[in-house]
Design a protein around this ligand. Structure first.
Ligand code: ATP
Ligand code: MG
Length: 445
């Protein structure tokens, strides 16, 4: 017998039973971004490899160890390891940066990184991310951080800390690199091979190395915050003031350097300790040099990426509310061919009205059909047989309450059903409701 083919390591299937969780995150993230003036962009899954070498950086873990590069015929491509490079490439290529600034886009996409798979660390994962191009003001940094925070709040994620840092600009970075080189030179022999190479090319990368030995050696390394130029320092001070004004709590963590080379000035992470080691659910920052690096005019920009799988791990752990999965509004149980034809006709009308209706496609007996209706959680059921068809009326059953009412099978059937449905909704409204922002998800775990 042929062997079953399994999915590749580090990938996940999202099953129908869990899709409402994804819809919840996507809907809230999308609506929040829109309320801040961002519009959606969709970019290719793969790009020319050079794009990532020039943006993410040749000495980063992502480029050195994690990229999926494929040779297709004569050309080489790389599956996107993140969303920023492709988005900026698309903004440049389509002239978006010549239009009214700031340009603001968001995206929901899959990313590919060859990492060691573990909880919260996959080889194909999904990000909600966004980029804002054109503003050099620290108010833009505060805006983007506030947007991320709003999403996390609307998802009702708790116990999450915001860490911010500034990693300066090329001017302050030059002096800082010198200081780092001097520091690491003394213990060069103990660094991992990759970091020995980084020492000459990009010593700040050593601070982001995952090797415990490199991390230990880097413990007392000089801090970038002590090397900021006046402009960068002023930018950072203003950002902190704006965050405080907005009531957003933060901690300055001078050790955050981020894993991608394009960052300048502000970097930030939202971190939780509740899902193990992979607790960074959102990472981002400013990248004022990237647009120029990719061939455009100097355009300050910034953004962030949120790992959707990690968000869902936290939300599951914290029992956060999700949007309800779609439930069948009316299940039409049928006895005989004429009833089946009638059910088809009625279901068509209900669906045209946007309702979810089902009838038997398996040739089941009436008892089994009702069992099935129960299993899929139908709100109402109706049984159609010759009698009902002759009399042009049937009993409709509220599955939750077990109550039955008569309903006419006339040409106003959808309206008749709507009336029954409406009564049920009014009953629900009579019960105490939890008030909250209209975007907040409701009920169901
Ligand atoms: P980490 O330090 O955890 O490796 P990173 O700095 O590589 O994260 P970014 O490139 O900033 O992460 O990506 C933004 C977000 O995407 C992360 O904060 C995280 O939530 C998510 N993410 C990154 N890599 C993975 C992965 N391999 N699997 C699942 N989510 C990921
Ligand atoms: Mg990483």
């Amino acid at each position: 017998m042929a062997q079953n083919i399994k999915r590749p390591n580090g990938t996940e299937d999202v099953l129908p039973k869990d899709i409402h969780k994804w819809y919840t995150v996507e809907k809230i993230a999308r609506e929040t971004a829109e309320s801040f003036g961002f519009s959606e962009i969709r970019i290719p899954t793969f790009e020319n490899t050079d794009l990532f070498l020039r943006s993410v950086g040749e000495t980063t873990d992502v480029v050195q160890k994690e990229m999926y590069t494929v040779k297709a015929k004569e050309t080489e491509f790389t599956l996107r390891p993140e969303g920023t490079a492709g988005t900026i490439r698309a903004m440049l290529q389509n002239g978006l940066l010549n239009e009214a600034l700031p340009q603001r886009v968001f995206y929901i996409l899959s990313c590919f990184r060859h990492e060691r798979p573990q909880a919260g660390r996959l080889r194909e994962f999904h990000q909600f991310g966004l980029e804002m191009a054109g503003s050099q003001s620290p108010a833009a940094d505060a805006e983007v951080i506030s947007l991320a925070k709003t999403i996390l709040d609307r998802l009702e994620i708790k116990n999450i800390e915001l860490y911010i840092n500034s990693i300066g600009c090329p001017t302050c970075r030059a002096k800082y690199h010198e200081a780092l080189r001097a520091y690491f030179e003394a213990r060069k022999g103990e660094l991992c091979e990759t970091c020995q190479d980084r020492l000459a090319k990009n010593p700040m990368r050593i601070l982001d190395c995952k090797s415990p030995i490199c991390q230990d050696i880097g413990k007392d390394a000089p801090l970038i915050l002590d090397y900021l130029c006046e402009d960068c320092s002023d930018h950072f001070e203003k950002l902190k003031k704006y965050l405080t004004n907005l009531g957003i709590e933060y901690k300055v963590n001078p050790k955050i350097v981020r894993g991608l080379d394009y960052y300048t000035k502000t970097v930030f992470e939202f971190v939780t300790t509740e899902i193990g080691a992979q607790g960074t659910v959102c990472g981002g920052g400013r990248y004022d040099g990237l647009v120029e690096q990719l061939g455009g005019q100097h355009t300050p920009a910034l953004g962030f990426g949120m790992g959707i799988e990690r968000l869902l791990l936290v939300m599951d752990k914290q029992n956060c509310a999700y949007l309800s999965p779609r439930k069948c509004d009316l299940y039409l149980a049928t006895m005989g061919d004429a009833a089946l034809e009638k059910a088809m006709e009625l279901a068509k009308q209900l669906r045209e009205y946007g309702l979810y209706a089902e009838y038997d496609l398996m040739g089941r007996g009436i008892k089994a059909q009702m069992k099935y209706a129960n299993k899929i959680g139908a709100s109402f059921t109706i049984v159609l047989g010759d009698n009902e068809l002759n009399e042009k009326k049937a009993m409709i059953k509220d599955m939750e309450k077990g109550e039955e009412t008569e309903i006419l099978l006339d040409d106003k059937f959808v309206g008749n059903f709507e009336a029954v449905y409406f009564n049920k909704m009014m009953d629900v409204l009579d019960e105490p409701q939890i008030m909250g922002a209209s975007n907040n998800p409701v009920e169901v775990k």
